[in-house]
Design a protein. Structure first.
Lengths: 325, 597
């Protein structure tokens, strides 16, 4: 097992390097950090030349990349090309915000999705099963942005009007009440709710389908029949014996999804103005700010690689039939 | 072995009764009771929902103030939506190029020397006794010198006086900061005399007509910084990224993050009737326009300054919501590459503009939302900014298919079987570029294409993402016809975008903004002369000459002034809201005069 882990981590290093080269090359060829200045009549050609020199943009692409890489491997993430704000701080703040949103949505999706999947499997072909199946297909088909906007209108406008509320039950954008200071848990929950619901709905649909399919497979297995024959209570049969095995495929999928949180939730964050990794990515890619984009890519890829490894290891832990050489 | 058959029913307790039956054999019955924990959870969930609704019903002193708050002239906290978010706060390095930085931050917090009124004319700011003129000795010709007299009572928020040293320091900082965004104009200053703390005497190397833009107006780095706030530093590349430690305006910056920017009243502001009525204004990013407008409709934000789009005014027709719109200082144009077929032929350009139905564009695309908008007939200036544009130079340019026919057929073009003119085997077919995803521009293209086709000219629409258009296609002059916007500054200089030495090329590293490649020696000389002409009347005459030369050569065709719109909750806010909607300062400029109802 240790050898597997080490091998995967070692393979990850060239992967990360290749990814950083690719991203830098694409950004270097397609974006110009000084583009906004080119169409400003108050910025002369001399200003442009001096500005590019100050930012180090008059060096060749390879020189810029190697300078960045040299600093990065020494733990010096530097500052944004434009703002001189430390990159590490920006990414840390965005990552924390994305994790808060991602984990909340993920937790809701996992808990509710598993429950729905189990009940739908146990009560196969019941009205609940049909409702859950239909709901899952609707959730998978509905565009995220449309759903998010409908939720904003529902909670921000219509419920406020119908119930004559002073404020929405759940706020429709941002992370905190504007103008507030300090940490207010209830305020945070009210801001987190809608984006978490949007995120959860998509994952929930997938997880409920996964769970239902897995449960149906195990429900008819011999060992469950034996457990029942031995007099084990049905709830224990389902939860302790059935679910535990049915969760294996879902666990690995969930681990992979967790790794994707660091990559940001671009659409959800954009609509709800959640300053997470997705929003940061969109901004810096558009600006051509490779000083922030490259560490972002490295971090996001690291998360994906690590959580893919976790998923593989979990599979071996949960299923004793699986062993890595 | 026969597999058992399972049946399930509900029993009288509400629990699930599962019976396993093997045909011909006995059965096993198991009751699955509804979990006590499940009941407890349901009760907790109901209590939590009641708590949330109660929280929503309760009044809140933060944010929007609430309709139940008492009507008051003074005090209160409000939230406004910002469609773009400044990435940092520095007014002199790269973030300064973002228009929403002054809209939300420094124009409310930092003092400036000259200002621009709603009609686009330079006026003295609150910092000055009066605007420098030749009559009051504030402008001297030789050497060219501008003398500003600062108000004795003008102070920073800590009570220390704003002095000429602060202006001198600002100049040093702009010139010496790593990554300073522009030194244009500041590099024309020879010296700044600060012997009198309340008098700033700026001596220039040569007459500089755009002097009023320096340390003020609406320009990038148009601020006065507080020298004492920077502990002797002159290179401010790391300063003012996320905070300002001083204020010389009606507001003070309390905090800034990626989630909000908070301004609070500056009670030490020396202009007493501009001390804000409101206690606090919080700007929040709402970069998705639908979310931005929703936030006003829901009342989460009380005002917004969105980019106008088609149908927006219909969305804003809601109870309690009002908007003010007007023609802004940005104008759309059709820019031709004068080094590419067919626009390398002046006659072809004349014919082309006669195939462009500008009036139809205004009527079909803009009038429904902005009924006062008109076709723009000045090439580089707008009627609402100063008096440089009398909106007459291009009035003879209209949709005239007959004129197209006469011009083209008179210079050897013939109409093909497809209805498109051709000459020397080449059709009058033009690739037409603009920013992809901009529905207003795309609609404009579609309309112009139809009209042009009827006149015998083909437009092939091919659009690019803004970054590609402005970073690649235009600087490399890899286009034939493009639609994009320019800004009409209070200072009328168009040298940067139209002078012959501003054409981007491989030789100069693609710098310069004269993308059409207009190289008219007389026009260039007039532009340079105008940049050094101080007397308003003479300068205006030079500008008119440049305008006429543009009409003659037609390097581009003005279309329309882009409208600007401010929307707000009229049921919550009071005051002269909307007065600055169509200015370069944004509609928020006079928010010191706004109050809660």
């Amino acid at each position: 097992m240790l050898r597997v882990i080490l091998r995967r981590l070692l393979i990850a290093i060239p992967l990360l390097l290749v990814a950083s080269v690719l991203v830098f090359t694409v950004m270097h060829l397609t974006t110009d950090p000084t583009a906004g200045l080119r169409v400003n009549p108050r910025v002369s050609a001399a200003d442009m030349a001096r500005y590019r020199h100050d930012l180090g943009l008059d060096r060749s692409g390879p020189a810029q990349y190697l300078a960045w890489l040299g600093n990065f491997v020494r733990g010096r993430w530097g500052t944004s090309l434009f703002t001189n704000i430390p990159v590490a701080g920006q990414i840390r703040e965005a990552l924390v915000n994305s994790i808060a949103l991602g984990l909340t949505g993920f937790a809701i999706a996992l808990l509710v999705g598993v429950a729905i999947g189990v009940i739908a499997a146990v009560r196969q072909y019941s009205w609940f099963d049909y409702l859950a199946t239909g709901g899952a297909f609707v959730a998978l088909s509905v565009p995220i942005f449309w759903f998010a906007l409908m939720l904003q209108l529902l909670f921000g406008l219509y419920l406020v009007r119908w119930l004559h509320l002073e404020q929405p039950i759940f706020f429709t954008a941002g992370m905190v009440q504007p103008g507030s200071v300090g940490f207010d848990p209830l305020d945070r929950v009210r801001h987190l709710a809608l984006p978490a619901i949007v995120l959860a709905v998509q994952l929930l649909a997938v997880y409920s389908r996964y769970m239902r399919a897995s449960m149906l497979e195990v429900l008819n297995s011999d060992y469950l029949r034996t457990a029942r024959a031995k007099g084990v209570r049905e709830r224990r049969v389902i939860v302790h014996h059935g679910m535990r095995n049915a969760l294996i495929p879902l666990t690995t999928q969930a681990a992979i999804d967790l790794g994707g949180i660091a990559g940001g939730l671009i659409a959800t964050e954009a609509i709800f103005q959640w300053p997470g990794m997705g929003a940061l990515f969109v901004r810096v890619m558009g600006d051509g700010d490779y000083a922030v984009a490259l560490p972002w890519i490295m971090l996001a890829m690291t998360f994906v690689i690590v959580f893919n490894l976790v998923a593989d290891l979990l599979y071996a832990v949960l299923d004793p039939r699986v062993r890595y050489a | 072995m026969v597999a058992p058959r399972y049946e399930s029913t509900l029993n009288s307790n509400g629990g699930l009764l599962v019976r396993g039956v093997i045909p011909g054999d006995d059965y096993l019955e198991v009751e699955v009771r509804r979990s006590k924990n499940l009941r407890r959870f349901c009760r907790l969930a109901v209590v939590a929902m009641i708590a949330l609704v109660a929280a929503a019903c309760g009044s809140d002193t933060g944010g929007n103030g609430g309709a139940a708050a008492p009507v008051e002239k003074r005090g209160g906290k409000v939230v406004f939506a910002a469609e773009q978010w400044p990435e940092c706060l520095s007014p002199i390095t790269s973030c300064a190029n973002a228009s929403w930085l002054p809209f939300t931050a420094w124009e409310h917090v930092m003092p400036r020397l000259m200002e621009v009124d709603p009609k686009g004319n330079y006026i003295a700011s609150d910092l000055l006794v009066e605007a420098p003129t030749e009559e009051n000795g504030g402008i001297k010709a030789d050497p060219f010198t501008i003398t500003y007299k600062l108000l004795p009572e003008a102070v920073w928020d800590d009570g220390s006086p704003i002095t000429s040293q602060d202006v001198r320091f600002t100049w040093d900082a702009i010139m010496k900061t790593t990554g300073t965004i522009t030194t244009t104009g500041y590099d024309q200053i020879k010296s700044i005399d600060t012997s009198d703390p309340k008098t700033v005497v700026i001596t220039f190397k040569a007459p500089y007509a755009a002097w009023a833009d320096l340390f003020g107006s609406t320009s990038i780095n148009g601020v006065v910084l507080k020298k004492a706030a920077f502990a002797g530093k002159v290179d401010l590349k790391d300063e003012m990224q996320t905070s300002y430690s001083f204020s010389g305006g009606p507001w003070k910056l309390q905090s800034y993050s990626q989630q909000q920017l908070v301004l609070v009243r500056n009670d030490t502001y020396w202009v007493k009737d501009k001390i804000p009525n409101l206690d606090q204004v919080t700007f929040v990013p709402r970069t998705d326009q639908t979310t931005e407008l929703n936030s006003v409709l829901t009342g989460e934000a009380l005002a917004a300054y969105p980019q106008p789009s088609r149908g927006m005014t219909r969305q804003l027709k809601a109870p309690g919501v009002k908007y003010a719109a007007g023609a802004g200082n940005t104008f759309e144009g059709l820019w031709m590459n004068l080094d590419r077929f067919p626009f390398n032929d002046p006659t072809a350009r004349q014919a082309f503009v006669s195939a462009m139905d500008r009036q139809a564009v205004v009527d079909a695309i803009y009038k429904a939302d902005f009924p006062d908008l008109q076709v723009l007939n000045c090439a580089g200036w707008v009627p609402t900014v100063g008096d440089w544009c009398d909106n007459s130079a291009f009035t003879d340019v209209g949709y005239q298919p007959d004129k197209v026919k006469v011009l083209l057929e008179g210079s050897g073009w013939t109409k093909g079987g497809d209805g498109i003119y051709a000459k020397g085997g080449r059709r009058f077919s033009v690739e037409f570029n603009t920013t992809a995803g901009n529905t207003v521009r795309e609609d404009t293209q579609a309309l112009l294409k139809e009209k042009a086709k009827a006149a015998g000219i083909e437009l092939l629409i091919k659009n690019f993402p803004p970054t590609q258009l402005f970073q690649d296609k235009l600087p490399k002059r890899d286009f034939t016809l493009a639609e994009y916007a320019q800004v009409a500054s209070p200072d009328p200089s168009v040298t940067a975008i139209l002078a012959g030495d501003q054409i981007p090329s491989v030789a100069n590293g693609h710098s310069g903004q004269n993308f059409p490649g207009w190289n008219n020696a007389k026009a260039t000389a007039l532009m340079k002369q105008s940049d050094q002409t101080i007397e308003h009347g003479r300068r205006r005459a030079l500008i008119q000459q440049i305008n006429r030369l543009e009409r003659q050569d037609l390097p581009w065709l003005p279309l329309v002034q882009k409208p600007l719109i401010l929307t707000w909750r009229d049921d919550r806010l009071a005051g002269p809201i909307g007065a600055y909607t169509a200015t370069s300062y944004s509609g928020f400029f006079n928010m010191y005069d706004w109050s809660l109802k």
